[in-house]
Design a protein around this ligand. Sequence first.
Ligand code: PNS
Length: 158
Amino acid sequence: MTIALYPGSFDPFHLGHLAVVRSVAPIFDEVIVAAVHNPQKTSFMFPLAERQELIRQSCEGIDNVSVAEFSGLVVDAAAELGAQVIVKGLRSSVDFELEQQMAHLNAAMSGVLSVFVPSDPEHSFVASKFVREIANLGGDVSSMVPAPVAAAIAARMG
Ligand code: PNS
């Protein structure tokens, strides 16, 4: 049984993230989407529990996907969750440079394999940082995020 860990901040979970989940779900027995708990980070759009709930709602219908949280090293989370593979989405060569270095570090620390998934071209420009910025400035992000996230953002923005 091969379990893949897809770690991220997911603040918020957007359609690029969902495309990654959809791409890898048929390949692995189980995909665990794990939202990071970062006590150092004080400014976020959604608290951890809500991020997890929005991921759960967004991935509804994809049977082998579950949602978790983690703090600390990604490799430790992978070991705790029984995952043999770490999944990362790549939007650009900039993502690749950073993710390749992290993949090597993670492999050096634990031997875990990282798998890179190219982003869905339709959403390759979407990033959580910009979704937050657009939403905070009153823009419409409904084409960039799954419906449950769009509803939560709309509720939050009043
Ligand atoms: O881009 P995101 O979604 O904010 O990424 C969050 C996370 C935790 C997946 C990313 O920051 C990451 O992979 N961090 C690595 C933390 C770690 O284990 N560092 C040690 C070796 S690289």
